[in-house]
Design a protein around this ligand. Structure first.
Ligand code: SAM
Length: 313
């Protein structure tokens, strides 16, 4: 149901009137720029760049176009049969539902993953974990690697590593049954021949044997930040975000489990973190994995984002 205030907001927009015109159908180019205006004004986008990106994501999705096709079609009329879908999508976005849930897909490392409100929306900075894992794998020259993804969500990390590594054995864990349904669906479409074995459970407890690579993007948002979040963040599953009072609740339970599941001779752990969690993460690694080396890597915005732990070697 679209609340009446959203309906009336939308029906008063020039965009709605242009779309309704029988005599002069709006062009795709005009619709694109009007959608951008609506998103800038009401859609909760943080800046012009985000408004531009989201309007292109929405129109390529609705028209089933690639970006090149979209820009080649700016003068063509916007198809009348897509009008209601466009207005419904805008109504959802005005209520701060994230664009990736509206389109139902999110790109990650060059592949499109299905996402919905059962899973966290993959973020671009998480791709750095993949780059690091692949670089390490190349250096080790191992014939086959056992890989674990803890807190798999939509399955992006596990599925990407299953595709990018040479013949790995990939296991993925999540505590959320709903998330595992989405991840399995994505794996069926995208994981290829190697596949991924999914486990429902708490952190590393469902895993058996030793792993060469363990990657985890676990919840690390501070409780206070979550409680203040009224917008897009509030639409994502709380269990994917909630890191407790300090943000460390989940990560600090995983670190003591690592000694039992990692290959003691040579292995790699990559943990995505929030920048203020760098120091407590280092302290916990030093306490629970005394022989390991830990370094903190920055993301493309220069913020401390990944704890890289090298064991043995
Ligand atoms: C921030 S999301 C990351 C999802 C995905 N890895 C990504 O990067 O897009 C965190 C995920 O960890 C899962 N999770 C939270 N607590 C967990 C626990 N104790 N054991 C296993 N998974 C957990 C959540 O259900 C959620 O899917």
């Amino acid at each position: 149901m679209t609340p009446s205030f959203v309906r009336s907001k939308l029906s008063n927009l020039p965009l709605s009137q242009q779309l309704a015109s029988q005599t002069r159908p709006a062009s795709i180019g005009l619709v694109l720029s009007q959608v951008r205006t609506v998103l800038d004004e009401y859609g909760g986008v943080s800046d012009e760049e985000e408004g531009r990106a989201e309007s292109e994501i929405l129109l390529t999705h609705l028209l089933e176009f690639g970006t090149t096709e979209l820009f080649a079609s700016l003068r063509a009329p916007f198809p009348a049969e897509r009008r209601d879908d466009l207005l419904n999508a805008l109504a959802r976005r005005i209520r701060h539902e994230p664009m990736r849930y509206i389109t139902g897909s999110c790109p990650f490392y060059g592949r499109d993953f299905n996402v919905d409100a059962r899973v966290f929306i993959p973020r671009p900075e998480t791709e750095q974990l993949i780059d690091q894992a692949l670089a390490w794998a190349e250096e080790t020259h191992a014939e086959t690697l056992r890989v674990a993804d803890i807190g798999t969500g939509s399955g992006v990390i596990a599925i990407t590593l299953a595709r990018e590594l040479t013949l790995p054995e990939v296991h993925a864990v999540d505590i959320s049954h709903d998330a595992l349904e989405v991840a399995s669906f994505n794996a069926d479409r995208l994981a290829g021949l190697v596949g991924v074995t999914f486990h429902e459970g708490d952190l590393a407890t469902p895993l058996e044997g030793h792993f060469d690579i363990l990657v985890a993007n676990l919840p690390y948002v501070k409780l206070q930040t979550l409680e203040d979040a009224e917008t897009e963040l509030a639409h994502e599953p709380r269990g994917a975000l909630d890191g407790g009072v300090t943000g460390m609740d989940v990560i600090e339970r995983l670190i003591p489990m690592l000694a039992d599941v990692m290959n003691p001779y040579r292995s790699l752990v990559l943990l995505e973190i929030d920048p203020p969690l760098a120091a407590p993460t280092i302290s916990l690694v030093e306490k629970h994995l005394p022989g390991a080396s830990v370094s903190i890597l920055s993301d493309f915005a220069g913020l401390a984002r990944v704890a890289e732990i090298q064991i043995g070697g």
